[in-house]
Design a protein around this ligand. Structure first.
Ligand code: AHM
Ligand code: MG
Length: 349
């Protein structure tokens, strides 16, 4: 796997801009509109990154005093990231509607006060995932999902945003970690770009990412163990049992920041689970801007994503902020989880 380049090697890496242009040339009828949308998202990611890197110095830590639509305390950084992405997409003009974790309603881009736009894309996003961990320097991320406005529709409303995950035309995430990476897919594999802060460019450091078919790492908040369903409890016990032939026991890694846990498991193999619990019957994560985009990426990389019963990407959405249980990562680990939940697999005596 490639790593961040040394100074003298930078010229050898393709920039995100070059990569987008190259891809665009492969589609002769392309108008460049989608490419510009990705560029707009990457510009916002750089601005958010810049703010994040100064987080301990300027007054951006802590809560805004507001509670978001999820009933969660809104962090100042959540609001900053939301504002920057909305601003970049509005300015870019390729987007007609935004759905954000930080805003209760879908946000139309074509209002009278705005620059007129004939943008064709709907972007659903979690501007800053994992932000409750931000004060302790834990990596956080941005997640985005892209749909196309159906050709016959002139005005984008929430109804157009509520498309199943299989209809996404692109999805990606940014992880603001020890380095900042943008990983995205448009349905032709998954590519990862590392931000070189010295030249302000994302460089293609992780071309054509493939995730291992099986893994030995599982990521779950085991504090809720007592309220997991019986099949999940058994699966966890199965992963903890010693068995040299299957390299068990497995290892637990749970950062509590979905993008970071997902990113590690994508590169190394593993399974992230946020299941239904007694207090959260539909789990915690949101279908439209957390589960769906990551499911799209993981499938493009050879992995799988399920709600424990079926494929995430085929779920028919009902609401912008709807939640779903999530089992996502290496394909064999997801399949095994589903088998335990169905009762087809059981703990050996
Ligand atoms: P957020 O979108 O409000 O940040 O919540 C999502 C986060 C995920 O990043 C993380 O995996 C999960 O919530 C952690 O939840 P818990 O503390 O219940 O384990
Ligand atoms: Mg989130």
């Amino acid at each position: 796997m490639a790593t961040t380049p040394r100074r003298e090697e930078i010229g050898a890496f393709m920039t995100l801009e070059q990569f987008i242009l190259d891809r665009q040339e492969q589609f002769p009828h392309s108008t460049g509109s989608f490419s510009r949308l990705i560029r707009d998202l990457s510009v916002a990611a750089k601005i958010v990154n810049w703010n994040m890197r100064r987080a301990g110095i300027v007054d951006v830590f802590g809560a805004t005093g507001e509670v978001n639509v999820q009933g969660e305390v809104q962090q100042k950084m959540d609001l900053m990231a939301h504002t920057e992405f909305v601003r970049a997409l509005r300015r870019g003009g390729e987007c007609c509607l935004i759905g954000s974790e930080e805003h209760s309603e879908a946000i139309p881009m074509r209002t009278d006060a705005d620059i007129a736009t004939d943008g064709k894309y709907i972007v659903l996003m979690d501007p800053l995932d994992g932000s409750s961990n931000i004060e302790v320097n834990v990596s956080v991320g941005t997640i985005f999902s892209i749909y196309r406005l159906p050709d016959h529709v002139r005005e984008a409303t929430l109804a157009e945003a509520l498309q199943p995950g299989v209809d996404q035309v692109g999805a990606g995430y940014v992880v603001y970690g020890s380095s900042t990476m943008l990983v995205y897919s448009t349905g032709f594999g998954v590519n990862g770009f590392t931000l070189d802060p010295s030249i302000g460019e994302f460089l293609l450091t992780h071309p054509n990412i493939r995730t291992p078919v099986d893994g030995k790492v599982y990521s779950i908040n085991e504090g809720h163990y007592n309220s997991f369903e019986p099949g999940l409890k058994k699966y966890i016990k199965w992963m903890q049992r010693e068995d040299a032939a299957t390299s068990r026991p497995y290892t637990t890694r749970y950062i509590g920041s979905f993008v970071s846990d997902f990113h590690r498991n994508l590169l190394k193999g593993g399974l992230y689970i946020y299941p239904a619990t007694e207090s959260a019957a539909e789990g915690k994560l949101r279908l439209m801007y957390e589960a769906n985009p990551m499911a799209y990426i993981v499938e493009q990389a050879g992995g799988a994503a399920s709600d424990g019963r079926g494929r995430i990407l085929e779920k028919i959405p009902r609401a912008l902020h709807q939640r779903t249980p999530l089992y996502i990562g290496s394909a064999r680990m997801v399949e095994r989880a589903e088998a335990f939940l169905r009762g087809d697999l059981d703990l050996e005596p």
